[in-house]
Every structure is written in structure tokens, then in C-alpha cells.
Design a protein around this ligand. Sequence first.
Ligand SMILES: [Zn+2]
Length: 256
Amino acid sequence: MTEVRKLYILLAGYEIIRKSGCIRNEQRNIVLAVPICCYLMETSRGYVMFDTGLDSRNLADVHAARAQFVDDTFPAAPVVLPEHEVMGQLAVLGIAPSEITEIVLSHAHGDHTGHLGDFPNARITVQKLELEAAMADTGRMNFSEYANPALKWNVVDGDTTLMDGLDLVLTRGHQPGHQSAVIRLPNSGVKILTGDVADLLENFDREVLGSSMDDAAALASIRRLKAIAADTGGEIVPLHDPGFVQTARLSPLFYD
Ligand SMILES: [Zn+2]
């Protein structure tokens, strides 16, 4: 029996990124505003989040935000408008933070870990390789919210079935222990939450890489998710594709 009843896509803000950061060898003067998404699943065992967006408190001071977020790939700081706030979107759905009992973390970058500390009853499922890499890192991954000792980790090693209808797939490449999720819904069928396996649908269509720590693994992960989509008739749901969010059903709408 399918245990995942609904999938909500939460549009949680935008990052300003050179297209060459998403797809290698693109001209550097092309700049994209790419969405930051995270996801809420209603299941027979309660609410599950996949990633948690970016913490807008890190944007409050413009100068500090520039120092933290702007570099050669990201020419400006992220944009999180009031309507993008994750906690506010959950409130619109009538869901209290305490009702979120499971979080799946794709990987340890700050546009995914922003609200990890805001769900007091959640267990956070992360790949062993990713947790080890994040805890050893003092740069982009080692955000204060991630190193919070109050977080309750559920460390898994490789592909894992979290519950019927929710499978986690180790998709290394972008990060050492990146994972994606394959969800089976009663009416909408299979949805593949890619995380940051690649940013754009173009990466999947053309099998071209963006940001990666291991190119062979990153390409294998793109191909693996495409194979799962082909085998299941499922849909690739990219987390950072600006075209996709314009046609997707965004929360408070949902897929069931
Ligand atoms: Zn990301």
C-alpha cells in the first residue's frame, strides 16, 4: 500500500547564479535566477520534509550576506521573499513545525539545510558519506544550523527504503554523499526528487554536468535517475530549474 499520500513543492527562494555554474562551458555573462525548492510529503506515518530551504536570517545583513554567498559562481546574494518563507508556507497548510517527524537531507549545502533546526521532533536522514564530509568541512557546508548538536541524525549508507513509496537513492557526484528520493503517489505516479544531482532539466536531457566533486559519479547519477524515470514512467522533479517551477503545481497546491 502506498504510504505517501501527497507531495507539496515549496518554492523557498531564488539563487542568482551564472549559467556556467549549472552547465559547464556556458558563457559567463548568462545569469539565472534559479529556484530553491524543498518538499513536504503527507504520509500515513506523518509529515516528511525533503530538504529545508535556505535560512533567510542569513540574508538580513546585506554586507554579511554578500560575504557569505557571493563568489565567482554566484554574482549576487539569494532572494527569499516573505512568500518564500518555508515556515510560513507550512503555517498556510495548517502544519506546525512539531508535526514534521522526518526530514530527508539531499546534501549539506546551505540552500538545503536552512531550517534543519526548526523542527524539534524530526529525525534527519542523511547519507553516511555526506555527514562525514560535512562535519569535516569548514567552508560552505559547515553552517551553524548544520553543526547544531541538537539535531537527531538517522545515518544511512547507500540506497534505503524509508517507507513504502519513499525510496532514497545514493546519487554521489555533486557532493560526496548526495541522495535523491523516489516517491510513489496514488494518482500522480512516481516523482523523482533529484536534489542537486544537476540543477537544470537541460543537464538531464543533454547529460551535461554542472557543479561536481566527482564527475564520473555525477554523470552516473544523472543516468541512474533517468533510468528510474524510464522504468517507472516517473517524472524528474528538479530542485533548481527555473522553467520547471513555472509549470509545476506549487504549494498550497499538491500532487496526490
Ligand atoms: Zn542547491
